[in-house]
Design a protein around this ligand. Structure first.
Ligand code: ZN
Length: 185
């Protein structure tokens, strides 16, 4: 396994639509190694999600996982480590939910983003088996942030009120009500 370098905003790979994978490709040693690297990289950076383009691989793979143990996400619950390949989102509840988002590819910045509060994600798991996941609230936000990466979209594109775009230090100082999300994804 290896910790991989994270691509930052401005790198063109973050703006590409990532390629889909066949079941055969998913099961190949190369992709299994890539998934292992993604997990190790996410853990190293203390992220709660990571998409393959963020480590310079333009492929439709995202991972998400967090626990309440580290205290960063009170009330968010636990999300076991989940690998999503070729994901497709369907909105179940379009009521918008706002949250402060951060991104490993845009370090040190936070922005207020509103997204549908409940979604269904159809995808394949790390073995190439189909899976359906329903996510709401905080988890819905994390999934949509990650899956945006596979379409070349960054959270900063979705910040409608640009007065709610902040460096981390100022965010902690002036936006205490929103200081729940500490991590980058
Ligand atoms: Zn991100």
């Amino acid at each position: 396994m290896a910790i991989r370098k994270v691509a930052r905003m401005g790198h063109p790979i973050l703006r590409e639509v990532a390629q889909k994978l066949s079941v055969e490709e998913i099961q190949s040693p190369r992709i299994q190694q890539l998934i292992a690297d993604m997990i190790e990289t996410m853990q190293e950076y203390e992220g709660i999600g990571l998409a393959a383009p963020q480590i310079h691989e333009s492929l439709q793979i995202a991972i998400i996982g967090f626990s309440e143990k580290n205290g960063r996400y009170p009330g968010a619950g636990v999300q076991p480590l989940t690998v999503l390949i070729n994901p497709k989102i369907t909105v179940i509840d379009s009521t918008l939910r706002g949250g402060w988002e951060g991104c490993l590819s845009i370090p040190g910045i936070r922005g207020w983003v509103e997204r549908p509060s409940k979604i269904r994600v159809e995808s394949m798991n790390h073995e190439g088996r189909p899976q359906v996941i329903v996510a709401e609230n905080f988890l819905s936000t994390v999934f949509q942030h990650e899956l945006d990466h596979l379409q070349g979209v960054l959270f900063i594109d979705r910040v409608e009120d640009r007065t709610r775009l902040s460096f981390l230090e100022e965010y902690h100082r002036y936006w205490p009500g929103g200081a729940k999300q500490e991590s980058e994804v």
